[in-house]
Ligand binder design. Structure first.
Ligand code: AMP
Ligand code: ZN
Length: 664
């Protein structure tokens, strides 16, 4: 047979099997036969590279490495959903809806899948782009990773429109999640905490081959675009399904809030039999014309409402309370529990926040406690089952000395937490500061991880981050699990970190209350560490968005002689402690004093570039329109509610070109 035809036939056949297995949950070939055919296709494609096709089923195994995900502006913003928790909430919503639109209202009820949202773009029936939600306006381009998820069609079937976006949720079904964790435990690694975070973390893996191994699924719920040939939400779900998307069939069309509640009550129980996590129901006005009339608030569509299931609760025994010491010396109590199944995962630990919380709930070791899991990763203890309290039980006595270094703990007026004041001698604090310094958003030192830092501290090789720069290969090689190559990488990673720009170094220093954003602000304003050190508290407070708490903390940090010494050492190793000439270039104060809102889609520059330009020229970017807004740079598809607000407040709109003119 002609190789080209054979390749095409295999691609068709394998796509069909993929579709049957992953979208329709109906296997039409054994795994073994599938693998044989896939191997055959791989061989042929290798032999005949001229027939390469990025949409071939062989592309699902991944292999592409993405170091930095490209930021992409969503053509249509990805909104949140408003939440409701009771029948009354839903009735209020219906009243609001009925005020704004005429005629009868039907509702589509869908499950709210708990994973990571994704927006897929299809053109001419082919997947061209997959972008995370990000901040709703812009997300990360994760196409290479998404292509490895077998329920995402690379090519569509049926009569699909030329171009459209479709939105859905990437979820990790329990089965696959549990298997992944069994593997991790076997390798001696910490298990993943929950399916949702693991799903969203998977989207950002740099190696798509790694993503391909994860049993992720993509469940779709919304079609976006123009001329799609649909006029109701329910119909668009059916259409999407017919084009090859995995659209759960449990969705239901109803015509009253009572019927919505019936759906909610049914699924509140039945969801425990679903293969993946759900955290509520999403109710949408069915008619798309009515949806358009209803429009959006600043953050959510007026035509949809989420109904959150109540957090799940179980009871289990509290075995012990242990105490962790953080990088700032803050003590966090951790409740260790008799392992118990909760919301699809096995829970062994819960947070109890602080001493007050323990006292308030009167939590004691050996108590039977109620554990609840809402949206947060770590479940929390919400109460004690007093009927089950053992007779001889005694109230919990909170520790008074540090579990790591035995120093007496302190607790300041008005502070809920206890602290270990032994900053310089308490291992988790010493290591924690260095771990923060090397972390991804700070110095991002490749080849050096948190565990190694702890080892280095325990071995007495380093005691603050400036010590990193004097480490030698000979010193690190004797460490546990350190090979020649990893030692080289470590030293190289450290020496390369001197290129990291000043704003990130400032963040890496670990000054209390100086997070990424504040560090950026300070770096931009003062341009060098020396200027910050010289600034008085009043100077600091005068910087936009720097409050008294931050100002005091900055002053306190630099008042310590030890910190100044460390900084001088960093300087001597070549770490960036001022804005480089390169960064300074192109900066003006043409827009000084202006507060500017950017809205819509742009053509000459991206939204991010626009924002950068505003900041580089001394202006301030704001996300919401108010009477303080100087003007709005308005692109295409600026939301109608924003337009309305601008008009009402009399804020001027200028075009992208007019804005660029201002700067030229
Ligand atoms: P929230 O993040 O709580 O505001 O909820 C909004 C998110 O719910 C959206 O970004 C979607 O990713 C997610 N979601 C899950 N299932 C659905 C659904 N059936 N319809 C709409 N959104 C959904
Ligand atoms: Zn301590």
């Amino acid at each position: 047979m002609d190789a080209k035809i054979e390749i095409e036939n295999l691609r068709k056949e394998l796509s069909e099997h993929n579709y049957n297995y992953y979208v329709r949950d109906n296997a039409t070939i054994s795994d073994y036969d599938f693998d044989i055919k896939l191997k055959k296709l791989q061989e042929l494609e290798e032999k005949y590279p001229e027939y390469f096709d990025p949409y071939s089923p062989t592309q699902r195994v991944g292999g592409a490495i993405t170091k930095n995900f490209k930021t992409v502006t969503h053509e249509y913003r990805m909104y949140s959903l408003d939440n409701s928790y009771s029948k009354e909430d839903l009735q209020d919503w219906e009243t609001r809806v009925k005020k704004l639109v005429d005629g009868d209202i039907e509702y589509t009820c869908e499950l709210k899948y708990d994973g990571a949202s994704i927006s897929l773009t299809y053109e001419q029936g082919k997947l061209v782009k997959a972008v995370t939600r990000g901040d709703g306006f812009q997300g990360d381009d994760v196409t290479e990773n998404i292509k490895t998820i077998k329920s995402v069609p690379l090519k569509l079937r049926g009569d699909y429109p030329d171009k459209f976006d479709i939105r859905g949720e990437i979820v990790l079904p329990f089965d696959g999640f549990n298997k992944m964790n069994q593997e991790r435990l076997k390798q001696g690694e910490e298990p993943y905490k929950n399916p949702r975070n693991t799903a969203s973390g998977s989207l950002k893996l740099q190696d798509s081959a790694e993503v391909s191994k994860r049993p992720l699924e993509c469940l779709l719920y919304s079609l976006i675009g123009t001329n799609l040939g649909v006029n109701t939400q329910f119909n668009s779900l059916e259409k999407a399904r017919s084009w090859g998307f995995k659209v759960p069939v449990v969705s239901k069309l109803v015509n009253s809030i009572d019927a919505v509640l019936e759906f909610v009550n049914y699924w509140d129980k039945e969801r425990h039999n679903l293969p993946y996590e759900t955290d509520g129901v999403v109710i949408k006005v069915n008619n798309l014309q009515q949806q358009e009339e209803l429009g959006y608030t600043a953050k959510a569509p007026r035509w949809a409402m989420a109904y959150k299931f109540k957090a799940e609760q179980v009871s289990t025994q509290l075995q012990s309370i242990t105490y962790q010491v953080g990088r700032t010396g803050a003590i966090t109590p951790v409740a260790n529990l008799e392992p118990v199944a909760l919301a699809g995962t096995i829970v062994k630990r819960a947070s109890v926040h602080n001493a007050d919380q323990i006292e308030k709930l009167d939590i004691r070791v050996n108590d039977t406690v109620f554990v609840e899991k809402g949206g947060e990763i770590i479940p929390k203890i919400t109460g004690v089952d007093l009927d089950k309290r053992p007779n001889q039980s005694m109230p919990t006595e909170y520790i008074s000395t540090c579990p790591e270094c035995n120093t007496e703990l302190v607790r300041e007026e008005g502070d809920a937490k206890h602290y270990c004041p032994n900053n310089l001698g308490c291992t988790p604090q010493v290591a924690g500061r260095i771990q923060h310094y090397i972390s991804r958003k700070a110095m991002d030192i490749e080849g050096l991880g948190g565990e190694t830092v702890l080892l280095l501290v325990k071995e007495g090789l380093i005691s603050d981050y400036s010590d990193l720069y004097t480490l030698t290969k000979a010193q690190v090689i004797p460490l546990e699990r350190m090979a020649e190559k990893s030692a080289d990488n470590l030293i190289k990673g450290i020496s390369e970190s001197v290129k990291i720009p000043f704003e990130r170094v400032l963040y890496a220093l670990g000054i209390r209350y100086v997070g990424e954003t504040v560090a950026k602000k300070l770096a931009k304003h003062y341009k060098s560490i020396d200027a910050i050190i010289d600034a008085t508290e009043e100077d600091l407070v005068n910087v936009d968005e720097i409050g008294i708490k931050i100002a005091q903390s900055v002053k306190m940090f630099f008042n310590e002689e030890k910190h100044i010494q460390t900084i001088n050492r960093l300087k001597s190793y070549g770490v960036q402690l001022a804005i480089s000439a390169e960064q300074l270039e192109g900066q003006t104060n043409k827009l000084e004093g202006d507060t500017i809102v950017v809205s819509g889609v742009f053509y000459k520059v991206t939204r991010n570039e626009l924002k950068k330009m505003i900041e580089n020229n001394g202006g301030k970017v704001s996300s919401s329109i108010s009477s303080k807004t100087s003007y709005i740079v308005a692109g295409d598809k600026m939301g109608p509610s924003k337009k309305e607000k601008a008009e009402k407040l009399g804020v001027q709109l200028i075009t992208e070109l007019e804005f660029l003119d201002k700067l030229s």
